[in-house]
Design a protein around this ligand. Structure first.
Ligand code: FAD
Length: 488
């Protein structure tokens, strides 16, 4: 297949991110984006991971280009509250340099070994390991790199999703033709690929490649191509959310530099801070609570605050397309897969899949084996991320409600594994370390240490002292508070 023309269907975050990327990387190709005035984008998805930086670099997007127009703020961490018992909040800060976990060297693993031997908790790992934690606790913007903290690699963003989609359209999609209409049908070629799609005025749209960005409707990849879908709903039962926007009432206190996730009885609540408002939502499972009761629980959690808009109920399905790229249809965004909002994986997978697809399209001729490799690769990474998200629940000790009991005791984990010692020593750094430490799960205990010693796999003299970041106190105290930084 040669791809000279690309037709994107859908004008949410996935659609405009796809259009901006293809427009930048393939300026010579004919690109069309079709969306429907009757079907608004989902309007959530305002928190990102540090990996968004890779995509931004790929399309040459600089912070100063877009952040203020999209009310964006920097995000340094994810904070989890009530995910465990007893409830000790913990952070998953971004830091690229984790210094290795090889057992034979002096590094972070030695701290876990030390805590295991002395019987001490590991839930303070983020504070022990990350020099930037004081700045995070104090809601300061880190304006200078120090120690191992790197502003470029170790920050993500919160932003207004609607504004960013509009910004990309207006500023990065000059080669893209935008058409507003409803796609209703299609015609296939003999080989099963799509020849054209058709709108409700009977106008046909031809392209070499069709990109399905129609969100949970999955009009092309599921509707037209009838591609199978692997569900994640036994592992990740959340299927609904109540979302709302909140005003700041005390910006100095409320404006955090992390995404806050608070577990409730049947799910968890996200809260993100933009320059002008906050976004929050309760993500829950209707297998365990009704929409009405979830709304009541959410309102009680929010307390006495007047929202900026109506509470919006969002239904979602978790899972992954069996072929995110099927013939000449490429699924991007919610149409291709969704894990659940925890750990901001929606936008992450869009960027991941886009960069991978660009590499293949950039070859010129796309073969069946390219498509098969793409599917294998993106599916493996997506599934691994889904398991990572599940670990946030599965490692918990909560069993105080039917929802938590299901996730921690009753769920059939099939072949899923805890992050074990071998993975630890072989694979080294993984974000899961923050999560398991936050849940106070240490892969080492006095018995494993004894086993490792018998196998001569351990340096017993390697313990490194608790890191002392007090030397940075003065520097960190010179960093502006988030509220002042954005107001200036
Ligand atoms: C509750 C919730 C919270 C989330 N939070 C996060 C988060 O914090 N971070 C994160 O990274 N991700 C998050 N996500 C995921 C994120 O919202 C999505 O990945 C992202 O918004 C992309 O959505 P989309 O563009 O695929 O779909 P949508 O935004 O739903 O867009 C679909 C588009 O398709 C068009 N369309 C549909 N049918 C037709 C048709 N027949 N003809 C023409 N056009 C059509 C519509 O007009 C619309 O423009 C969250 C998701 C949910 C459900």
């Amino acid at each position: 297949m040669f791809i000279d023309s690309i037709c994107i269907v859908g004008g949410g975050s996935a659609g405009w991110m796809t259009a901006a990327t293809f427009s930048k990387i393939f300026p010579e190709k004919k690109i069309t984006l079709i969306d429907s005035a009757d079907l608004p984008p989902i309007g959530v998805g305002e928190s990102t991971t540090q990996f968004i930086r890779d995509w931004m670099k790929f399309i040459d997007l600089k912070d100063e280009d877009w952040m203020n127009d999209c009310d964006a703020t920097y995000k340094y961490s994810v904070r989890f509250e009530n995910f465990n018992k007893p409830s000790v909040p913990f952070h998953y800060p971004f830091i690229a340099d984790i210094n290795g976990f090889n057992l034979e060297e002096k590094n972070a693993s030695q701290w876990f070994i030390h805590q295991a031997i002395t019987g001490e908790s590991v839930d303070g790992f983020a504070e022990w390991f990350c020099p930037q934690m004081k700045a995070i606790h104090e809601n300061r913007i880190i304006t200078k790199n120090f120690d191992r903290f790197d502003h470029y690699a170790d920050t993500a963003f919160h932003f207004d999703a609607t504004k960013l989609a509009r910004w990309l359209k207006e500023n990065r999609c000059q080669t893209v033709e935008h058409i507003r209409t409803n796609i209703v049908s299609h015609k296939k070629r003999k080989d099963g690929s799509i020849e054209y799609i058709r709108d409700d005025n009977n106008v046909k749209y031809y392209a070499d490649l069709f990109v399905d960005c129609t969100g949970f409707r999955s009009l092309l990849i599921n509707g037209f191509m009838n591609t199978g879908w692997d569900k994640f709903d036994n592992m990740l039962p959340n299927d609904s959310a109540w979302a709302v926007r909140l005003p700041y009432t005390n910006k100095r206190e409320e404006m955090k530099t992390y995404t806050n996730c608070t577990a409730l009885k049947t799910g968890w609540v996200w809260r993100v801070c933009l320059q002008n408002r906050m976004g929050t939502g309760y993500n829950y499972s209707t297998k365990f609570i009704s929409d009405e009761d979830a709304l009541a629980e959410f309102k009680e959690h929010l307390g006495d605050v007047e929202p900026l808009c109506e509470f919006r109920n969002i239904k979602f399905k978790t899972g992954l397309s069996q072929k995110p790229w099927n013939k000449n249809v490429l699924a991007m965004g919610l149409s291709g897969g969704f894990i659940e909002p925890l750990e901001s994986n929606g936008l992450l997978s869009i960027h991941d899949w886009l960069m991978k697809a660009c590499q293949i399209i950039g070859q010129g001729h796309v073969t069946a084996i390219d498509i098969a490799s793409y599917n294998k690769d993106v599916r493996a990474r997506f599934t691994a991320f889904a398991e990572f998200v599940f670990m946030h629940y599965g490692m918990s000790a909560r069993n105080d409600t039917p929802y938590w009991k299901y996730l921690t005791e009753e769920f059939e984990a099939f072949s899923m594994e805890k992050f074990d010692l071998e993975q630890w020593t072989i694979n080294g750094y993984n974000g899961i370390i923050y999560i398991m430490a936050g849940h106070n799960w240490n892969p080492f205990n006095p018995v494993t240490v004894k086993v490792l010693e018998s196998q001569n796999r351990l340096r017993t003299d390697a313990y490194i002292e608790l890191s002392d970041y007090r030397q940075y106190d003065e520097l960190i105290e010179s960093f502006p508070y988030a509220v002042d930084y954005y107001e200036s």
